[in-house]
Design a protein around this ligand. Structure first.
Ligand code: GRF
Length: 186
């Protein structure tokens, strides 16, 4: 099978992007990092790691369709096969989703369908949940609603704080996402 060409979309810190880049086989497949935030820390990390970056700001476009068409042009120019969202804080629309059927994947810090949307770790703690976890799923037009690919749970103990739960979630994310990506693209 031909070598797959991956793009990562991220708006923030980029610890998941870094975790992917620590795996040599994935690092050689990641051809592009797209961000919708012009000074996102992940951009600096990508540059340091020699990954091409592109910033698309929603406010530069008159509509979501034009915004996503501009991204499509970039993705096509690099013959990107797969899109992996890693802390990309924007819903995708039909322009991208229809162009990449079952080829766009997201990672979310809860056991979906529980706690979709923003700050899922805080939602779980505030709800007094006894467990939470990580979900990797295909992306559809809903908020964290696409078909689940993989999940891993963690227990929330009484002594846990937001910080300790976040650390546990991240530890799982950083090993689960590369593993699942490898399985998907092979
Ligand atoms: C992760 O918790 C991921 O599950 C969520 O956004 C966060 C991104 O973190 N979608 P990072 O930027 O990869 O550190």
């Amino acid at each position: 099978m031909k070598k797959q060409r991956l793009a990562v979309f991220a708006s923030g810190t980029g610890s998941n992007f870094e975790a992917m880049m620590r795996e040599d086989d994935l690092a050689s497949d990641i051809r592009l990092l797209i961000s919708d935030v012009k000074d996102a820390p992940v951009l600096r990390k990508a540059k340091e790691l020699g990954v091409e970056t592109s910033v698309f700001l929603r406010e530069d476009y008159e509509s979501n369709v034009l915004f996503e068409q501009a991204m499509m042009q970039k993705l096509r120019s690099l013959a990107i096969d797969w899109i992996f969202l890693a802390g990309y804080m924007r819903l995708l629309g039909p322009t991208l989703i229809k162009a990449y059927p079952e080829k766009i994947v997201n990672i979310h810090p809860s056991l979906l369908p529980e706690f979709p949307g923003l700050d899922a770790i805080k939602q779980a703690i505030d709800a007094g949940a006894l467990k939470t976890g990580v979900t990797i799923h295909f992306v559809d037009e809903g908020m964290d609603t696409g078909q689940v690919i993989a999940q891993e749970e963690i227990i929330i103990h009484e002594k846990d704080t937001y910080e300790t739960v976040k650390q546990n979630v991240q530890q799982i994310e950083h090993q689960l996402y590369p593993t699942v990506i490898r399985q998907l693209i092979k």
